[in-house]
Design a protein around this ligand. Structure first.
Ligand SMILES: Cc1ncc(COP(=O)(O)O)c(C=O)c1O
Length: 392
């Protein structure tokens, strides 16, 4: 008897986890592995946040918080979003604190997607979208983005994918895995499409502070008439190096937040109280801001090192990433597809990357390389990739 619920039938195991498992197995045999496969900062959590949270534990913030999240944290989130995007979200009813971005995605799908609703996802994309759409009983509609367009939004293809059953479009800006920051003209065009077809937008902005070359990432919610149809998600995992803390937030109009609150109330009750209290105390102060900026500066230096080496390898094609901490690389000129490349690189050189087929249906020729690892690893890993290709 298949004991799993039928709603999980189309939910697939993560191929990224398969890469980690292989890397772990090699490490257990004594091999040293450079992990360009990991989607999390190698830095320690911002120290001001650590200190404030230790204090919150000492001060006994160990009871339930409000289902919406600690009010002081919601106020600070509101201030941050206002400062970065110029949009006001009312802390009392337009912000919901969640246990990480993944939980936020879960709440949005369970709270807003009905069985048979279609949800458009521009791919390659973070795996949770497709799988959470399936878990909610929705229909995942894949719109592949193209390297030739710099992995920018393809508005004509998005328009073609819309049917009377389309309820939502998901965008992730800056994008994991392409590093693209969507250009404002295409975002405006997307807004026009969403308004014309009365669609919701789920905007995952978890990398919005990690942008380079003086770029700015303005939320789609800040475009005219978009706040009322956008659910914005952001969190602390990436920019504050807090992946294990599990803290994120959703911002939207009251009518959109209410169903998400219902899911959150029964699924989680609240994110850990002392974490919320600690983060609220310092997240917008100067010390925290400077620590985040310093991490962004380090990511940028690594990004530039990676780009420099990639440019020396004619067999590898890529679009220069402008945000997040990934490069999406076309390896087809090596004669291998992304899966073969990733498997052989790990086996022969001990360098772990994610095959593109884990992230998009049209990405068999690609690998994702994350430069969220130490400077030494970046330098050594890139040299090993160079060697690997020479020896092919
Ligand atoms: C685009 C994107 N959204 C959401 C998440 C999930 O973030 P969290 O660790 O807060 O659950 C990730 C993590 O890799 C991500 O890359």
């Amino acid at each position: 008897m298949n004991k799993g619920a039928a709603r999980l039938n189309e939910v697939k195991a993560s191929k990224i986890r398969a890469v980690s498992d292989k890397a772990n197995a090699l490490e257990a045999l004594g091999r040293s592995i450079i992990r360009f496969s990991t989607g999390e900062p190698d830095f320690a959590t911002v120290s001001s946040i650590k200190q404030a949270t230790i204090q919150a534990i000492e001060d006994n913030y160990s009871h339930y918080a409000s289902n919406r999240g600690d009010l002081k944290l919601r106020k600070e989130v509101s201030e941050l979003v206002k400062c970065h995007h110029g949009i006001h979200y009312d802390p009392s009813e337009e912000i919901l604190i969640t246990s990480g971005g993944s939980e936020a995605i879960n709440h949005v799908m369970l709270g807003l997607i009905n069985p048979e609703d279609e949800v458009i996802v521009c791919t390659p994309a973070f795996l949770s979208y497709e799988n959470m759409i399936h878990m909610a009983g929705g229909i995942f509609v894949d719109v592949p983005l193209k390297k030739e367009n710099g992995f920018q939004l393809d508005i004509e293809e998005i328009k073609e994918a819309i049917t009377p059953r389309t309820k939502m479009i998901i965008i992730n800006n800056p994008c994991n895995p392409t590093g693209a920051v969507y250009d404002p003209v295409s975002i405006q065009a997307l807004c026009d499409v969403c308004i014309q077809h009365d669609l919701l937008v789920f905007s995952d902005e978890i990398y919005d502070q990690l942008v380079y070359d003086e770029r700015k990432c303005r939320s789609i919610a800040a475009y005219p008439s978009m706040k009322q149809r956008t659910i914005m998600m952001n969190g602390f995992s990436k920019a504050y190096a807090m992946t294990g803390w599990r803290l994120a937030y959703l911002c939207a109009d009251k009518e959109l937040i209410e169903p998400l609150l219902k899911v959150h109330q029964y699924a989680t009750t609240c994110a850990p109280t002392f974490i919320q209290v600690g983060v609220a105390k310092v997240m917008n102060n100067e010390t925290t801001r400077k620590e985040v900026q310093e991490m962004v500066r380090c990511f940028d230096q690594r990004r530039q090192k990676v780009i420099r080496v990639l440019k020396e390898i004619p067999e590898l094609d890529f679009v220069i990433p402008q945000g997040a901490f990934y490069v999406f690389i076309d390896v087809s000129k090596t004669g291998l597809d992304g899966q073969q490349f990733a498997d052989a690189l790990l086996e022969e050189k001990g360098v772990a990357v994610v095959p593109g087929n884990a992230l998009g249906s049209q990405c068999n020729d690609f690998i994702r390389l994350s430069y969220a690892t130490s400077d030494e690893n970046v330098m050594m890993g890139m040299q090993l990739i160079k060697e690997f290709i020479k020896e092919l």
